[in-house]
Each structure stands twice: as C-alpha cells, then as structure tokens.
Design a protein around this ligand. Structure first.
Ligand SMILES: Nc1ncnc2c1ncn2[C@@H]1O[C@H](COP(=O)(O)OP(=O)(O)OP(=O)(O)O)[C@@H](O)[C@H]1O
Length: 888
C-alpha cells in the first residue's frame, strides 16, 4: 500500500500564481542570465519643447533611467536663439543628442515648429500635440513636488531647507515629501522657476509619462500610476559641446550615425558597432553604463573640472599597481543589472524570481566593487572612488543580501515559484514540518481504511493530498469494468482519471478539517513573507539607485581605461587656453586599419574673446606670437589630408568626453563646438543638391562658430565649377581669418592650388600652409610607381594633387590615364584646352585629305546614265567609282 501527496503530478494551476515565476540559469560567472528586456514604457524617451517670445524651453526624460532633465531656457542670448531659430539647428541638434521617441508640443506652438518636427518624425520619434495647460508653470511646480525624488532623503533634506524657505507657503500637494521639497528648492536655486519655459516642459513630461504608465498598468486614473522619476537635473546648452549629426557622421563616432540607439545595450548588440569611435572605446558591461557612455558621447561636457575628473579616474585605473583591481571591478560590474526596472517591478508586485536574483547579485556586486575600490592605490580626490566609498553603504547592502538570501533559489527553481528558506519564519517552518510528515499520515489513513476492506483491495487503495483539493482516497479502477474496484460506505465520489477514482471519506474529511489545505497555507505564508521582503527591500531603493548610478559611471571610466591601455592612449592636458597642441597624434580608427600609421603634430591657437582676455588677466599675445589659428593643407590625392583633419578633431573630441587620446602628448583647450564640412550627406530624402547641402553645412558653421570652436573643412567648393569653387573656398578662409571674426581654430584641405599662385592667401594673418609629403620619381615607366606616400605633415604647400597617379594606382585603365596626362600637360602650359583639343592628329589630317581628293575626283567625273543601255555600260560606271575611291 502506498500513500503519497502529489506534488509532481499537480497541474500548475493548483500552485498559487500570485508570485510570477521565472526560471533562471546561472552563467559561467554565476551571474543571472536574465534578459534585460525593457518594457514598452521604459523604451521611451519623452522630450517636451516649447517656444515663446524668442525663447526655447526643453525638458526630457528617459523612462528607463529615472532622471528628468530640464534644459535651461535659451533666452539669455537672444541673438543666439534668433540664429538657432532661423534654421532650427538647435532643435535638430537636441533631437539628435537626446534621441526622443516622443516629442510633446503645446497646442499653441508656432505652426512652423510643428511642421518641421512632424517632417522629421522619420528619425525615430512621433510628435504629440498636448493641451497648452499641460505646459503651465503652476501645474508643473505641483507635479514636480508630487514626485518621489530620491536624491535627498527626508531627514537629510532638512539641511537643504533654510529657515527662510517658507515651504509651507508654497502650494504644496498633500503628501509632498520633504525630499521633493528640498530637491525643488535645489532646482529653484539653479533655474528661475517663475520664468523658465523649461519648467512647464518638465510638467508636460511628468504628466505624459504618468499617462503612459497608467496605460501600461491598465489604470483608469492616471494619477494613480507610479512615476519613475527619482531625480531632476538641469543643464545648459552652453555646458555641453555642440556636436551635430554632421560631426558625428564625418568623424565616424557611431557606426549608425543617425540613430545611435540608446536602448540597445549589452554584449549582444556590441558586435553591431563596427569600426567607429564608440565601437572601440565602449567595453561597458552594464546596461546603464552603456547608456551613460552614449550620452557622454552625444553631450561632451565643457566643464574643465568634469573633464579632468574623468581623466584622473582613467589615469588611476590604468596605473600598473591598480590593474588587478581594475580587472576585479570589471568582473563585479558584470553582475549589475537594470536596477530601476527591477525596483519598479518590485514596487508593482511583479518581481520575478529572476528579478530577486538580479537584485541579490547587484547588492553583492556592489559590495565587491566597494571592497575592490577601497584597495585602490592613490585614489584621493577621485570623485567616483569617493562616491562609491561613501554611497555604497556596506551594512545596508549586506542587509539587502541577507534579506534576499531568505529566498531558497534552488527550491524555487524546482517548485517554479518563490520558496522561502527554512528558519526564516517559525510559522512557515511548522507548516512545512507538518506538510513533510503528511506522507506518514496518509499511509496511516490508507492502512486504516484498508483494514475494513477485503484483503485483495488493500494495495489498490491509497490516500493522497492535492493542493487546494485537500485529502482524498484514491481507488484503482477495475481493468475489465472500468469501475472503482471498491467503494467504502460514506465515501463521496469526487472525480476520476484513466486509472483511478477519487473519493472523500470521513477519515480524509477529518484530515481536511485538522490540517486544511496545507500547501495553500504554505504558499500563502510564503507570499506574505515575500511581500514583507519586498517592502523591506524597497526601503533601500534610493541606495540601490544611487549605487546603480555610480556603477554606470565606473563602468564608463573603466571602459575608457581599457581602451587607453589597449590602444596606448595618453592623458591629455586640458587647458583654458584656446589651443590645440598635439605631438605624434594618430587617428584612432585608421591606426587600427593600416599596417603602419604615421603620426603627426598639430599646433593651433584660436583667437581670444574679450572674456578670455579678462580671465587671463594679461595682455594677449599678438597673432604672430600666438601661432596659427588656421592650417591649410594641400597635397596629393590620397596623401592623408582628410585623415589628418579628422584625427585632430577626434583627439579634441575624445579629450572632452573624458577619454585618453591617441597621441604622445596633447594639450587641448576647451572647444565649444566641433563643426565639420567633410562629408556630403545623403540627399535622397531631401530636395537638395549635394552642393547645396555643402553650402548649408558651411552656413550653419559660420553662424555658430566662436573663437572656441574647431572647424574642419575638407575640400569645400568641389561640387561646382572649379573657378567658383576656388573663389568660394578662398573667401571663406579670408572670412574666418578676418579680424572681425573671433578666429575659430580651422583646419582646411584643398586641391585649389591656383588660389595660391599670386600669394593672396599667404598674406592672411593666422594662416599656415601645410602639406602632406609624398616622394615623386619621374624615371619610372609606370605612372602608378611615380608616387610614394609618406603621410608626413610638413610646412609649406604642394603644387600638385597627382590625381592621375592616384587614378592609375586605383586601377583606372592606362588609355585614360595616358590621355589625362596629355590633357593635364596642355592645361599646365596654360594653353586653351578647346583649341588644343580641336587640332587634328596626323592620321585625321591624312584621312581628311584623302576625302577631299575623292570628292574632287567625283566632281570631275562625267556620269551619263542611260537606263536603256546594256549592263556593260553600268559596269563601266561602277569601275569609274572604284577608281575615284581607291586610286592614289
Ligand atoms: N598618417 C597616415 N599613416 C598611414 N596611412 C595613412 C595616413 N593617413 C592616411 N593614410 C592612408 O591614406 C589613405 C588616404 O587618406 P586620405 O583620405 O586622408 O587622403 P586625402 O589626402 O584626403 O585624399 P583626397 O585628397 O583624395 O581626398 C587612407 O585611407 C589611409 O589608408
């Protein structure tokens, strides 16, 4: 006789499904292999834009990140806004830098803005027109105050609130947390809450994201939806370097320049990033690290302390005596998951077993990171180290680990639900103890029932337990009749399977009453425990979010350190001087793709603005002492001009994002914009010619250029007649170097050698000619062997582009290159190509003379045609013609 309780057999529906289930697998490193799939709301980046009275306001929120960014209104410099307004470059650039998925506009916005944005919506976002009152100040302030801002804890918040801040006078919504109030005051110290249009935009973003959340959660009242905004940050446009899509594209910063997708992260997507700057500098392992690094790339800071801080951290991590710690940190970072998403799941009671494991791994990873960081040598004053040591509260993190360790992950995987470990809860332990003894109890019940039955039935009867159904007698069915082989008195039939019938007997009813649905009780108790655990863990939300933020920053810095080590980069010196000084600079991408890369130096000194002069408090050097503000490169085709221009821009850019640079030495002055006229962008979707696009790029650059900008001009003017092109290029250089203009740093290349023939450009102050060295050998039979590229930048200018050699090198047929040489020589002699080309060759002259002779003979000949005459006569006419044509 067997007695059992059926656990293996039970239908999943009998298990309580209040706790969502997920099986998790351990990967090699013990980290959970849970997909970091971000739910649909988290996939959104919401950007609100408003434009009133020549003033542009913006706020944006990346739903997967938790930080609401308020961009300070662009009204301080009305002229600048006007400039931006003319071509909407600012909005375009912000859209490029922020990568929104939804753009909110108030219903009352200028139609032109709406139209421009709608026309651009193929760039991965949709435009939503919202009621204008969603952009109102009052509504926005209330919305901000109702946020659960986590940056400042309530008790700490008191320190932020000065006695003069009469918070109570503010129309605060009931329940506004003190932390929110202090964050609000903090915000008001940074931007003018009364006036800023951006605040209204922030309100619109909060309201809209709440609606999205409500939709996702199926809530009717969107005010009930939880908000994921836990921090507000402000930034000013003049605090970040201007890099637009042209720059990103020409410098190959992202492989997919137009849409570097913020939401793709993790190693699975890394292979998609081919040879691009991001591709080689990014070795982040955490989702937020990946995202943060992209934002560092898209919004390079201009603050000297922020940049040098990053450089100092990278320098620390590449130190030989810290390398073992750097590796340990990297390995611990692999356990760091998307904590805000996990916490949201927890908050909404949707946490899966995988989520619990991920939070445990996270807390454990943070403890390991803190331990490793504390061993780092010479880490004084390194912000990320300081913040990690301070913010990663070991006791609290251990507490989180201990709390989550109450979950029995092995059993949970087997049982397909969240199971709590023994000794965590007495009541649960008691229930489980009794439940474990059930087998003996059931055997005893079955044995007692069988006593009253004929012996042949005794081993065909059993007692079992079904979760939710309770205790049952099970009787084997007779194979012949299909009926239960016996039924006791007072037994109530319940149901049957193919082989058994199930009954309730008085004995099992008694068990039902005494022990109840034990499995259900165990599950209920475990749900209660897990719920309490959830509440306990959520108390650490702020800690975990802060840890996540710093781990992301650490991830980015370690990524830079890894690249610096791998590619032998050096630390740039950042300076307030407006210079770019590079020794033995290399192009970070080309140096990886050519067998031997030739390094080159650079020295550029942009003009000083009045402000600079005041800051420097000294007489600025004269232009001549200062060095050139513009380098003009000439040289053969294929000699490395473009690579050099981009290399200087990339080194400047890399220094600003906080990376080390490919050079032996680099001193980089803060550069507010990198503007480029390098690549002619695709014009398929625009009704514009390639030349028009080039002109627009130059126009925009001229509008935006300041003395602090770097402007790269690669062969401007080549899209039109060469004389016009040369003229345009020459006058552009003159304009950029004119005393009225503030002297941006300019690097230009050209093939318009004729521009220098009468030394006009030589006279320009601040312009220096450079050329790319090539060796020319005329005594070789093959054109392609004539030229050897040395890729060395030398002062002075080149007089030829050696385009024909380059054509031959690239496989253009000899007939064409030979003729090209002839034509080129004619042109070089200053002869008129049309006249020269109209001269006939000897052969042509001969053939023409012959034709003339034939014509004359023909005219002299008498042809009398008599149709009645014999065929003999016709033959004679034919013979005459033959003679005319063929005799000499
Ligand atoms: N410093 C360098 N060291 C080694 N190889 C280089 C270097 N610079 C350029 N090259 C090689 O030369 C090739 C051509 O360079 P680049 O496109 O810069 O020439 P260019 O002078 O701008 O040509 P064009 O005038 O025809 O546009 C590159 O693709 C690269 O392979």
């Amino acid at each position: 006789m067997n007695s059992s309780y059926i656990m293996e057999d039970h239908d999943n529906s009998t298990v309580r499904d209040d706790i969502p289930l997920e099986t998790i697998e351990e990967n090699d490193e013990g980290a959970t292999a849970i997909e970091d799939d971000i739910s649909s709301v988290a996939n959104n980046v919401i950007l609100a834009i408003n434009y009133k009275a020549s003033c542009l306001g913006l706020a944006h929120f990346d739903c997967s990140e938790g930080t609401l960014y308020v961009v300070e209104d662009m009204s301080a410099n009305a002229a600048l806004v006007e400039k931006y307004h003319t071509n909407w470059s600012i909005i375009e650039t912000l859209i490029f830098q922020i990568k929104p998925t939804i753009v909110l506009l108030p219903a009352r916005i200028e139609e032109s803005i709406e139209e421009i944005l709608k026309a651009k919506s193929d760039e991965g976002f949709r435009v939503e027109i919202r009621p204008s009152n969603e952009f109102s100040h009052t509504a926005a302030i209330n919305r901000i105050l109702s946020l659960k801002l986590g940056r400042v804890q309530d008790d700490l918040a008191m320190q932020f609130v000065t006695p003069d801040d009469n918070i109570d006078d503010m129309a605060l919504p009931a329940g506004a947390r003190l932390a929110s109030k202090s964050a609000f005051l903090d915000l008001s110290s940074r931007i003018n809450l009364e006036k800023e249009i951006s605040i209204g935009c922030a309100g619109a973003v909060i309201s809209f994201s709440q609606k999205l959340m409500a939709l996702e959660d199926g809530l009717v009242n969107h005010n009930d939806a939880p908000l994921r905004i836990n921090e507000i940050e402000t930034f000013k446009m003049n605090e970040i370097m201007f890099v637009n899509s042209d720059t990103i594209c020409s410098l190959q910063i992202f492989e997919d320049e137009s849409h570097p997708n913020f939401h793709m992260h993790g190693s699975a997507n890394r292979h998609k990033e081919g040879l691009s700057l991001f591709g080689i500098l990014n070795s982040t392992v955490t989702p937020f690290g990946h995202q943060l690094l992209k934002s560092w790339f898209l919004r390079p800071p201009l603050s000297l302390p922020v940049i040098t801080e990053r450089h100092s951290a990278v320098a620390l991590f590449v130190r030989q005596d810290n390398l073992h710690i750097t590796y340990a940190l990297k390995s611990s970072l692999k356990k760091i998951k998307n904590i805000p998403r996990l916490l949201t799941n927890l908050n909404m009671g949707k946490a899966t077993l995988g989520d619990w494991k991920a939070i445990l791994d996270f807390a454990f990873g943070c403890l390991k990171i803190r331990a490793a960081i504390s061993e780092i040598v010479d880490a004084h004053n390194i912000k990320v180290v300081y913040e990690i040591l301070n913010a990663f509260d070991q006791i609290a993190l251990k507490e989180v680990c201990e709390l989550i360790s109450n979950i029995d992950f092995d059993m949970s995987r087997i049982d397909n639900r969240v199971v709590v470990k023994p000794t965590v809860d007495q009541e649960l332990d008691e229930l489980k103890r009794r439940f474990d003894g059930i087998e003996d109890l059931l055997s005893e019940v079955a044995r007692r029932i069988a006593i009253d039955l004929p012996k042949i039935y005794s081993d065909r009867i059993n007692a079992i337990y079904f979760p939710q159904l309770g205790y049952l007698i099970l009787v084997a069915l007779d194979e012949a009749t299909g009926d239960p082989c016996c039924i006791g008195e007072d037994w109530d039939y319940q149901f049957r399977s193919d082989t058994y019938a199930y009954f309730k007997s008085p004995e099992v009813r008694e068990l039902d009453q005494t022990f109840g649905d034990m499995y259900g009780m165990i599950c209920d108790r475990e749900i209660e425990i897990v719920h309490a655990l959830q509440v306990d863990i959520l108390k650490y939300s702020e800690l975990l979010t802060t840890c996540c933020k710093w781990t992301a920053e650490l991830d980015c810095l370690l990524s830079f350190a890894e690249a610096a080590q791998l590619y032998h980069y050096t630390r740039p010196i950042m300076t307030a001087d407006n210079i770019i000084e590079i020794k033995k600079g290399r192009h970070p991408l080309y140096e990886l793709s050519v067998p031997s890369f030739v390094d080159n130096d650079t020295y550029l000194h942009g003009g000083n603005s009045e402000e600079d002069d005041e800051i420097l408090m000294e007489e600025s050097d004269s232009d001549e002492e200062r060095g050139p503000s513009a380098l003009l490169l000439t040289g053969a085709n294929y000699s490395g001009k473009s690579v050099y221009l981009k290399q200087v821009a990339l080194i400047t850019y890399m220094a600003h994002i906080g990376s080390f640079v490919p050079a032996e030495f680099a001193k980089i002055g803060i550069t507010d914009k990198i503007l480029t006229r390098v690549m002619t962008r695709e014009t398929v979707s625009k009704e514009q010619s390639a030349f028009m696009v080039d002109l627009q790029q130059v126009c925009l650059a001229l509008q935006l250029c300041t003395n602090r900008s770097l402007f790269i001009i690669d062969e401007f003017g080549k899209g039109t007649e060469s004389t016009d092109g040369a003229g345009l290029f020459g006058s552009l250089l003159e304009y950029l170097l004119s005393p009225e203009f503030q002297r941006p740093k300019v690097l230009a290349s050209t093939h318009y050698h004729e521009l220098f023939e009468n030394d006009t450009l030589h006279e320009l102050q601040g312009l220096k000619f450079m050329h790319m060295q090539v060796l020319i050998c005329d005594d070789v039979p093959e054109i392609e062997d004539k030229i050897t590229y040395l890729y060395r930048l030398l002062p002075g200018r080149s007089t030829s582009s050696f385009g024909i050699c380059c054509a031959a090198l690239n496989g253009v047929p000899e007939d064409i290159t030979a003729r090209a040489e002839e034509l080129s020589k004619i042109l070089a002699k200053g002869e008129d190509l049309v006249t020269v080309c109209s001269k006939m060759t000897d052969e042509e002259v001969k053939s023409l003379e012959h034709a003339e002779l034939v014509a004359r003979r023909f005219l002299k000949e008498e042809f009398v045609v008599d149709f009645s005459s014999s065929s003999q006569k016709k033959l004679t006419a034919r013979a005459k013609l033959k003679r005319i044509l063929y005799s000499n």
